[in-house]
Design a protein around this ligand. Structure first.
Ligand code: IPE
Ligand code: IPE
Ligand code: MG
Length: 509
């Protein structure tokens, strides 16, 4: 199955703005303050976002009366009716308004129509928070709102000479809005501001484009929550265009979908779906490994074949690593661990060892800017005490500066798989711990990093050479004769393609 990303997809500016406001509130709380921050209605309709906000101390309520006096309340991106604003003021609530600016514009139009004495037809789902907010706006201005399909039918039937104001929920199917407005206009005079938001329309149009060019084996996967109106609309648009549509709100739901018979799968996501989930889903559909580890071998032989010294081979190898890190970023691989120097490599001639340590220091210093610009977290695994104080301080300073980033480059220096196991065992003994596989893992050098999915070794040697002995228990291995400095993007893709074909039974059947 070919998996294609449909562009544009995912979060819109309104959702991003609402989440940024909520996160800023959580961040501004004094240390140790666990008092809840209230949010009227789900901030955005996405279960992953809501789960993360709950973990930060947000409490979601459906009525303003549930918010205790004087507390902080966030109005969700879908907006609220003016009656709720007034109630919040009466209850002395500290209000943070995360209403999407486009929704706020619809409120203003609806109010204008009502103030001019027009009846206002609100296209959309009358049970949705956004429509309820708009209806409230019309009523607060002394007008009459006709909401949803029943409202539209009543507005058509009423006819008459007085113009009808028409607005729409911003996340409707754009074709449906056009059709509904045209029908109303045939029955009576309308003044319309009914338009779905630009981001919603762009995402729907992108699905239409994908479906138009796709054959009978094509399907669309929409990532987002069932509660999200714009997500559901994307699936409807795909079906209208004759494609099969699948939806998933989280990874476990995705894993239960059956794509049998699908040859081309276009993947899109709703305006409130986090991009991190989108990337993880695409990676799993394409069977891209989350963690790749590489034994970068063959620098010395590469140099020898060119009549150069071994140091030149190591410098060429360092350039290969820079390229591989970029390829990982482009393919959505989250962790790259590379074996740069083993506990056994200390027995090499002093000149080679000194040259390697100097190369590590130089690389880490000159690459700092790139790590930050590309949002790559750098970490070292290995025996830190074996490094010179100067190199260790460069390593640890770079680790601190990049620790907030998600994508990771983990460099194994003075690393041995046996040393790591011995160090972990000693750490457990020092705490008087009887270990299990799970608790033992906590003492490894990078306990939070998942085990490597794929281990690559270059230079034709088919051995592990003391690399990630604990972590690679169920890793897939891929060997190539190519020497590390020559390792190309095509080699990397061959390794990934081989991985994608493998059946990882992990002892099962
Ligand atoms: C791997 O290349 C890099 C390090 C061990 C530092 P080698 O230096 O092992 O190169 P070969 O295996 O001698 O060709
Ligand atoms: C493994 O390569 C270590 C690194 C690539 C850093 P070696 O070249 O040291 O391993 P052997 O000696 O071939 O097993
Ligand atoms: Mg070697």
């Amino acid at each position: 199955m070919q998996v294609e990303v449909i562009e544009p997809h995912g979060m819109c500016a309104g959702v991003n703005g609402a989440i940024a406001k909520a996160l800023a509130l959580a961040k501004a709380r004094p240390e140790g303050d666990r008092s809840p921050i209230y949010c009227l209605h789900e901030l955005v309709h996405n279960e992953i976002v809501i789960g993360e906000l709950r973990d930060l101390g947000f409490r979601f309520v459906e009525r303003i009366g549930e918010v205790p006096r004087g507390a902080t309340v966030v109005f969700s991106a879908h907006g609220v009716p003016p009656q709720v604003r007034a109630e919040a003021e009466r209850r002395d609530l500290k209000v943070v308004d995360a209403t999407c600016p486009f929704v706020a514009r619809v409120h203003r139009s609806a109010r204008d129509f009502a103030e001019k004495g027009m009846e206002v037809c609100v296209l959309g789902d009358p049970a949705h928070a956004e429509v309820r907010g708009i209806v409230g706006e019309v009523e607060a201005a002394g007008g009459r709102a006709l909401a949803g399909p029943a409202g539209a039918a009543a507005a058509k039937k009423a006819g008459g000479a007085a113009p009808l104001g028409v607005v729409a929920q911003t996340t409707m199917n754009s074709d449906e809005v056009e059709r509904a407005v045209a029908e109303l206009a045939r029955a009576r005079r309308v003044k319309t501001m009914a338009k779905v938001c630009g981001a919603t329309k762009e995402r729907q149009d992108a699905v239409r484009r994908f479906c138009r060019g796709a054959g009978p084996g094509a399907a669309v996967l929409v990532l987002g929550s069932k509660t999200s109106s714009n997500t559901r609309r994307l699936a409807e648009v795909a079906e209208e265009c004759g494609a099969r549509a699948f939806t998933a709100g989280a990874m476990d739901e995705l894993s239960r979908l059956d794509f049998a018979g699908v040859e081309r799968l276009g993947v899109t996501s709703g305006a409130s779906t986090p991009e991190r989930f989108f990337m993880e889903a695409v990676r799993s559909l394409r069977r891209v490994p989350e963690h790749v580890a590489i034994i970068m071998d063959g620098n010395g032989r590469w140099a020898k074949a060119r009549g150069k010294n071994r140091g030149a081979g190591h410098r060429a190898g360092a350039k290969t690593l820079e390229r591989v890190l970029d390829w990982c970023g482009e393919r959505g691989i989250r962790y790259l661990t590379v074996y740069a120097f083993s506990t056994e490599n200390w027995k090499r001639p002093k000149a080679e060892v000194d040259g390697l340590m100097a190369l590590f220091a130089r690389m880490l210093k000159t690459k700092e800017r790139d790590f930050v610009a590309n949002r790559v977290r750098f970490r070292m695994v290995g025996r830190r005490g074996d490094l010179s104080p100067k190199l260790l301080s460069i390593v640890e300073s770079l680790e601190r500066k990049t620790e907030a980033f998600e994508r990771q480059l983990i460099v194994a220096i003075s690393y041995g798989g046996r040393a790591e196991i011995v160090d972990a065992a000693n750490a457990a003994v020092a705490r008087g711990e009887q270990v299990t596989e799970e608790t033992f893992r906590r003492h490894l050098y990078a306990p939070d990093v998942p085990d490597p999915d794929l281990v690559i070794r270059t230079s034709g040697e088919c051995r592990v050479s003391n690399f990630l002995l604990w972590e690679s228990a169920y890793s897939e291995y891929w060997f190539t004769d190519t020497l590390w400095p020559d390792f190309s993007e095509a080699d990397f893709d061959s390794a990934l393609a081989s991985y994608a074909e493998r059946d990882r039974r992990r002892g099962g059947v």
